[in-house]
Design a protein around this ligand. Sequence first.
Ligand code: DSN
Length: 428
Amino acid sequence: MGNSESTLMSEINRPLEQADPEIAEAIRLDVERQNHKILLIASENYVSKAVMEATGSVLTNKYAEGYPLKRYYGGCENADTVETIAIERAKELFGAEHANVQPHAGSQANMAAYFAFLKPGDRILAMELAHGGHLTHGSPVNFSGTLYQSCAYGVDPETELLDYDKIQQLAEECRPKAIMTGATVYPRYIDFARFRKIADSVGAVLLADIAHTAGLVAAGEHPSPVPYCDAVTFTTHKTLRGPRSGIVLCKAEHAKAIDRAVFPGLQGGPLVHVIAAKAVCLKEAMQPSFKDYQRQVKLNARALAEELANRGIRLVSGGTDTHLMLVDLTPLGITGKAAQEALDEVGIVANKNMIPFDTQKPMVTSGIRIGVPCVTTRGMKEPEMAKIADLIMRCVTNLGDSAAEVAVRESVAREARALADAFPVYPV
Ligand code: DSN
């Protein structure tokens, strides 16, 4: 072997901290952040080492355009194995007739569902972004709102729950070609059977985006949309605790249309390393311990919601059935932005969020969204939820610059760090 070849090989096999110390350091700092802070972002989780190993594997080198046994490249035998396993696991876990595991993310999964059933200019009925929907549910700043006409349903101003009679009425008025259900911040169960009836009454296709609740659905802890919907989309990195990616499930009769929409319709080469990681997370989700985890997610969310309410916090819709809750900060006279920033400083990470009928701008907001998937993965249970409620309350009611308020926040920061460190996640 010549000198330059051996230099190249040693470069290829160099560990990250030698090859790129700046990036290695940023990653190290984020391991610290994830270990030492209390993460309450409802759409995040801590994946297993097995999921990370698959994501970081040599499968990233492989082009595998097409589908198992129907590829445009040679050398796809291991990619075929990986993708076939992922497909079969997704079908088994969710009781679906067909699965496409290639979407790179949730947005592409939703795009594939629209492409499979709609033509540009067709109408979608979906949940209003400001009431808890998603950009890809017809927002005017997203492809879904520019490529398609959209009309939106929201929550009832009194109950802050979906009003299915109102949705039926809206469907009759706007005659959508597709109805999209699902949300990024709706703390209550969604009645997919009722949505099916609404869709049938106006001849619409029914889609569900269960990005947030996929893990709960897989574990039987949230009603499943699969029996009722023509297609179901989700991301794999939220409650499902897998790599950042997406999946589409559908009825067998729509399999071809969905597959064609993903490839060649939307994407080129699939991310085989991420598909491998999806297969790993789907296997993890089939284990009894995953069901226990999702049960605890719900118990923790309920406990945290109750503890916050007991301390005088108003929760949108009064509580939660799922992994998340939406805090209305208006009665406290503070914004979501101020609360998010103060909480981050004391080591508690959540996101500002619009509440239904919010009068603040999206970058300010009147609410914060709080989710428990991360803290539940690290082993916290109901007693820790009481502690977290106490820390949040002490922080958001002491946002000023007085010595007393600063002292409260300093002690909250110490206690938050101690709580996080009592439940270690990733070894360093
Ligand atoms: N950004 C995701 C969330 O936080 O809910 C939705 O895509």
